[in-house]
Design a protein around this ligand. Structure first.
Ligand code: TXA
Ligand code: MG
Length: 354
């Protein structure tokens, strides 16, 4: 164990290390906060049924308290106590996709504090596919509220080092289990409406959901290339600039060859202005940028690699002192929908069509 700015950091890699989680469980039981790994990104965990804990979570993240928290459970049976009704379609989805990167939004039971749900009468529930997360829920003895374990507005954490950078000194314990696998957060699906609607694209793809619910819809704000508008968003600056590194991000969208041409000319313009600029490229195109500063996020052919590296690379550019990141857009199919949703938000919707 290591202590960083007063936060305990423990390493739990093997199932055999789970005994180490006893202390983490004790922290949860006395109302403390423990950052934990999931298959998507690291979460900031605390007792989901204690409103005081929700308040602590919002404070630790610097997150506005009207942005609801996801409740993590270890067994499907735990859902019933959290919701007023489990629609038949939700049962099917749970059967097929849990454990996994799918969060379901239900009508909330009374016992779920409205501070956990950001004041809403609905609650988002997920059963993560990570043995350490599941063991922590069991040993803590309660469902865990778990937003991503980053400071609000920063890229989500895919390693314990990211969590330490953001939250050391703000939480009681951080559990290091290495890199998360999926790299983007879970898909949030509202099952209180018929047909169900995707509110946030994520690690479980639209195409996978369509296999079970052919009529599933996607909230239009998810796919649009301009910032969401309207009465529901009261604090635009806060709500649009998600996942953002310190560097400015520009996303260039179009066909790969056109993207490369456009990025080269933007790059050269920024360099002539004296800016520190870098390119977030794909395996297929990276060699086309010549001497320009280029990093590969993953392969267009296998978007899971892009999802897995996206947040880590955004943080890495910041560590290099990059001022402008020119990011290649990818096709919005499969995991590309989640990747582009995050990239566009990281860019504050600075999108250039190639
Ligand atoms: O993969 C994930 O989902 C990660 C890991 C840690 O589980 N968690 C995560 O939590 O991404 P967070 O809080 O960063 O994002 C939760 C998202 C937010 O966009 C929030 O608005 C939405 O889920 N959400 C939560 N409860 C909701 C509800 N009752 N209705 C609609 N959206 C909800
Ligand atoms: Mg988050």
């Amino acid at each position: 164990m290591e202590i960083i700015k007063g936060t305990k950091v423990i390493t739990v890699i093997e199932a055999a290390d789970l005994a180490q989680l006893q202390e983490a469980g004790a922290i949860i039981r006395r109302g403390g906060l423990v950052a934990f790994p999931t298959e998507t990104v690291y979460g900031l965990g605390g007792n989901a049924l204690d409103p005081e804990v929700a308040t602590k979570i919002y404070a630790a993240k610097g997150r506005p308290s009207d942005n609801p928290l996801i409740v993590h459970v270890a067994r499907p049976e735990e859902v019933e106590a959290l919701v007023t009704r489990v629609p038949a379609v939700a049962e099917k989805l749970i059967e097929r996709f849990w454990p996994g990167p799918l969060t379901l939004v239900f009508a909330a039971a009374e016992q779920v504090p409205r501070r956990t749900t950001g004041g809403l009468d609905t609650v988002a529930v997920r059963l993560p596919a990570h043995p350490v997360a599941l063991a922590l829920i069991e040993v803590g003895g309660c469902p865990l509220a778990g937003p991503s374990a980053n400071l609000s507005g920063c890229p989500s954490p895919t390693t314990a080092q990211h969590v330490i950078a953001d939250l050391a000194g703000r939480v009681d314990m951080i559990i290091d289990s290495g890199r998360t696998g999926v790299g983007v957060e879970s898909t949030v699906l509202d099952v209180t409406v018929s047909p169900p609607q995707i509110l946030r694209p994520g690690g479980l793809t639209l195409e996978q959901l369509q296999q079970v619910i052919p009529a599933v819809t996607v909230d239009p704000t998810v796919v649009q290339d301009t910032p969401p508008e309207g009465g529901r968003v009261r604090s635009p600056g806060m709500k649009y600039k998600h996942y953002a590194p310190k560097a400015g991000v520009v996303v260039v969208e179009g066909r790969p060859t056109a993207i490369v041409t456009k990025i080269c000319s933007l790059y050269d313009d920024y360099v002539s202005q004296g800016k520190r600029v870098a390119i977030m490229a794909t395996t297929e195109t990276a060699h086309l940028y010549g001497q320009r500063q280029t990093s590969i996020v993953g392969a267009r052919e296998d978007l899971a690699t892009v999802a897995a590296n996206l947040f880590d690379l955004l943080r890495w550019f910041d560590a290099q002192g990059t001022e402008v990141i020119l990011a290649e857009g990818v096709d919005m199919v499969g995991l590309g929908l989640a990747v582009m949703n995050r990239l566009r938000k990281a860019a504050g919707y600075r999108i250039v069509k190639a």
